[in-house]
Design a protein around this ligand. Sequence first.
Ligand code: PRP
Length: 193
Amino acid sequence: MMRDMPDGTRILLTREEIAARVQALGGEIERDYAGREPVLISVLKGGTVFLADLFRAIDLRTRVDFMSISRYEERPESTGVVRILKDLDHDIADRDVIVVEDIIDTGLTLSYLMGALRQRGPATLEVCTLLDKAVRRIVPLDIRYLGFDCPDVFAVGYGLDASERFRNLPYIVAVERSAVETAGDLLLPLLSP
Ligand code: PRP
């Protein structure tokens, strides 16, 4: 059920808007990969909600695999170098790979990961992201499949979290930059106790 939006927040994308775009992206991937068996890769955890819906909008033989990464706290944020905590279960050599992300911000994480994945010799390697916050980009990235451009707001819901909460909101909320520090408290009324 949709509740009144707290001050400093607004609905960025409704569940209907997300669903329609996910169906369209699934259709695009289905056409582009007809006769092939792409592997959809998600980097835990934000992208999993999008992946789950996208995967079911593709009427082809497809596979999924997951990676978990951690950023090095002691290194400057701008390196993008991450530590792989959980690697893919399967080899991607000669496979058609699509990395599915919830959001691309600076592009540092994905740029580093794409480099690491490319070294494993996939037949093709593409990116599909639900949101692109291009205004924040530091490293250029080639995005093959894009859901929505995202303004420079703090986006929460549909996989995106505020301190690990609110990933289960079925829509995406924009929190004003000035309210980011208190986003968790602000958004709490959106969830049942
Ligand atoms: C988000 C998102 C990307 C990354 C993008 O993950 O899923 O992996 O940030 O940021 P960048 O373009 O600036 O590198 P997050 O670290 O929030 O982890 P989560 O998916 O577990 O929420």
